[in-house]
Design a protein around this ligand. Structure first.
Ligand code: SF4
Length: 435
């Protein structure tokens, strides 16, 4: 998993794109301020010693890190910035030359490559590179790659790499699963106390849990506005506006931003403002974003009057059930119940529910070349959804960061064909109901 956070150039950033038929959000200004303040605080911690620095995988136990007062860097956010700025392909060969296969996560490879090149998009915020960590904390609930990725940096800087080895492909989350992961999270406390040179304060942990839950609930409310017709918000908007849900999870700043965004989206709903004017079709996106082609894809779908209304990706940062009174177990349960950690059946049922909730006409599966963990078209799911639930599906080949795996022309042709198929099916349905 991952995320962009700050509106990157070349995507729908609210800076105004004369060619885009999409309607930009005014909240983007507040988003930029929120994200800029986050990056500046990271710089203060790393370069002026204002706080100890922890790195965290995007689905890691960040609330625990907040309770210790760590400034938290998310390498997946950094990698997504490399993808969105279309610089990732410059860095991939540097990691490949170090023995990281072109088949492993292109987030990992581009991030390590950028480090080897001594370059970072964080320089735009006054940092001299990624903030050097005091500790790196992973959770393998999403994939093994995050651990391998963090261990490269752990070796480079001789800093501790600790984390949770989570069950994967989970059918039903059992109490035993939850207990096992909760004990692993608890076992992180002592090493974190050593690094932070302070004892865990239960009230600070409870505050981080509450902030995480409150921010999540507001983020979920923003996403759910897209169930309205026309949708005021798209998956492509979500990839930009999810920044605070990721990098500020467990802080009051995330909830403060989503209150602003939600107010604007509510207003759009009341006024009937469509994110894609003239919306005719609605689709659901499964899988990773293609960061370097977000704007191109958003424009292509909008050209066909098609709104990509929701995604498993943006929904993955909803931790609405966190319980400050039962921190370790509720963190464990949330991490196990994540879509990406589940087996085929619960994933399939989830997508079916989302398609119904958002009134989607079909599903686009992104088959991400270097992320098998978040590519769900490889074991027959699109066919099963089509046959069992009558949900039309399209599989797009691409990659999260390696743009050599993506063809603009081929994708546009495939999207156009899918839109025609859905339009014809709708016309045939109308014809049948007239008879
Ligand atoms: S392998 Fe996939 S889920 Fe894991 S870090 Fe890379 S993009 Fe994210």
């Amino acid at each position: 998993m991952s995320e962009a956070g700050r509106a990157p150039s070349g995507t729908s950033s609210g800076r105004g794109h004369a060619t885009s038929p999409r309607v930009e959000l005014a909240s983007t200004g507040a988003l930029r301020q929120t994200m800029d303040a986050y990056y500046r605080s990271l710089g203060d911690a790393a370069e002026r010693g204002a706080a100890p620095v922890a790195w965290c995988s995007s689905a890691g136990p960040v609330e625990l890190l907040r309770a210790f007062g760590f400034a938290v860097h998310f390498p997946e956010n950094h990698a997504a910035m490399l993808g969105a700025s279309r610089t990732a392909n410059r860095y991939l060969p540097l990691a490949h030359a170090q023995g990281y296969s072109p088949d492993v996560c292109s987030y990992l490879a581009s991030d390590i490559g950028a480090n080897l090149a001594g370059e970072s998009p964080l320089s735009a915020f006054g940092l001299h590179g990624v903030p050097q960590p005091d500790v790196l904390v992973f959770n393998t609930n999403q994939c093994r790659d995050v651990r391998d990725w963090f261990e490269w940096y752990g070796r480079k800087w001789s800093v501790p790499v600790i984390g949770i080895s989570s069950p994967r492909a989970v059918d039903e989350v059992t109490d035993a699963d939850v207990e096992g992961v909760a004990r692993q999270i608890e076992s992180l406390v002592r090493p974190l106390e050593d690094v932070a040179a302070t004892r865990l304060d239960g009230s600070r942990l409870a505050a981080a849990m509450s902030a995480s839950r409150d921010g999540s609930r507001l983020w979920a409310a923003c996403l759910e506005t897209a169930a309205q017709r026309p949708a005021p918000f798209t998956f492509f908007d979500g990839t930009i506006h999810m920044g605070p849900a990721v990098v500020l999870r467990g802080t009051p700043e995330a909830a403060a931003y989503y209150a602003i965004l939600f107010a604007e989206l509510e207003q759009r709903v009341q006024q009937g403002v469509a994110a894609v004017p003239g919306e005719r079709l609605r689709l659901y996106w499964d899988g990773m974003p293609i960061w370097g082609r977000l704007r191109a894809l958003a424009t292509t779908f909008a050209d066909f009057k098609t709104t990509v209304v929701a995604s498993t990706y943006c929904n993955s940062w909803i931790y609405a059930e966190l319980d400050p009174a039962d921190s370790f177990r509720s963190m464990a349960r949330a991490s196990l119940e994540l879509f990406i950690a589940r087996s085929e059946q619960p994933k399939e049922r989830y997508i079916e529910r989302m398609v119904a909730f958002y009134g989607a006409d079909g599903v686009v599966f992104h088959d991400c070349r270097t992320c098998s963990s978040n590519s769900n078209a490889r074991y027959g799911m699109p066919q099963r959804l089509a046959e069992r639930a009558g949900i039309p599906t399209l599989v797009l080949d691409g990659d999260v960061n390696d743009l050599r795996c993506f063809s603009d022309d081929q994708s546009r042709t495939n999207i156009e064909g899918f839109v025609e198929q859905l339009t014809d099916a709708r016309a045939a349905g109308r014809e049948r109901s007239r008879r």
